[in-house]
Design a protein around this ligand. Structure first.
Ligand code: ZN
Length: 276
């Protein structure tokens, strides 16, 4: 089986300090959490940013500061920036941080859906603009699928030239409004991917461990962090994101699945050598 890529998603857009007081939201805090997760085996940092009062934002200056600090502290980690940042941001403000900062990867949410109490809009026109911007700036999309129809969207965007093969998918399970985080649903998603695709998965909240184990044994990659789940075990909040990474590494050892280093992760994801 392919070596395992571990993505750490430290912050997200929806998790709040009320959910967990340990959530890193400020640039220094996020960079330090990423550094610690990297030391434990994470090779991809999925980055969201927050305002000074902890609200979700797509503000360029917050990305500049946060990503700048991560790059200073952990120069070789693969940076994967969100292109949603939460709900309700405009098309242009969602794309701008990517064209300026040119991260290694950027998320590409392959369809619209209900999202908890809101609506997560990713119109066909937005997806074409985002796909084009990623291609022009050498950014590898991480195609996030929350529901099976989004895989089909991605296949059509691939055929129309707005995505390029091989696609890297992120199976985002158990987000309210999307697909329930069950083993059968994950198998169905993975069975629908175009041949040659790579994929990773996570399950929100109570499904985190089941989806982690499924991805581990099916040859997928794994994302963990407070964006998706704040509990390390029942009733026990994680104090740091690296604790989730440690859990994955332990499981990988049990299943004899070696963890990829950054160079190996780049190769698996068909990323070019590190950007200077
Ligand atoms: Zn995210």
């Amino acid at each position: 089986m392919e070596k395992l890529i571990i993505t750490v998603a430290c912050t997200g857009a929806m998790t709040t300090k009320e959910n967990t007081p340990y959530l890193p939201t400020q640039p220094e805090e996020i960079a330090e959490e990423v550094r610690m997760a990297y030391e434990c085996g994470a090779t991809v940092a999925h980055v969201h940013v927050r305002t000074v009062d902890d609200k979700a934002t797509m503000a360029l200056d917050r990305f500049e500061e946060t990503v700048g600090l991560i790059r200073e502290r952990v120069p070789d980690i693969i940076i994967n920036m969100t292109s949603s940042g939460g709900l309700g941001f405009g098309d242009e403000e969602r794309i701008l941080p990517h064209t300026v900062l040119k991260p290694d990867m950027g998320t590409f949410d392959a369809g619209s859906m209900n999202f908890y109490k809101g609506v997560f809009l990713n119109s066909p026109i937005f997806l074409e603009k985002l796909g084009k911007a990623y291609i022009e700036n050498g950014i590898k999309p991480e195609v996030e699928v929350f529901d099976a129809g989004m895989v089909w969207n991605a296949k059509r965007l691939l055929k129309d030239g707005f995505l390029q093969a091989p696609i890297h998918f992120q199976c985002c399970m158990h987000v309210h409004g999307g697909m329930e985080g069950t083993p059968r649903n994950l198998v169905h998603l993975v069975d629908s991917f175009p041949e040659g695709s790579t994929w990773s998965a996570f399950g929100c909240g109570p499904t985190a461990d089941v989806i982690m184990a499924m991805a581990m044994t099916m040859g997928g990659h794994i994302r963990v962090g407070m964006e998706d789940n704040v509990y390390l075990s029942k009733g026990v909040l994680a104090e740091h994101n690296y604790q989730f990474v440690e859990k994955v590494v332990k499981l990988a050892d049990i299943f004899k699945r070696p963890v990829a280093n950054v160079d190996e992760a780049r190769q698996i994801l068909s990323l070019p050598p590190k950007k200077k």
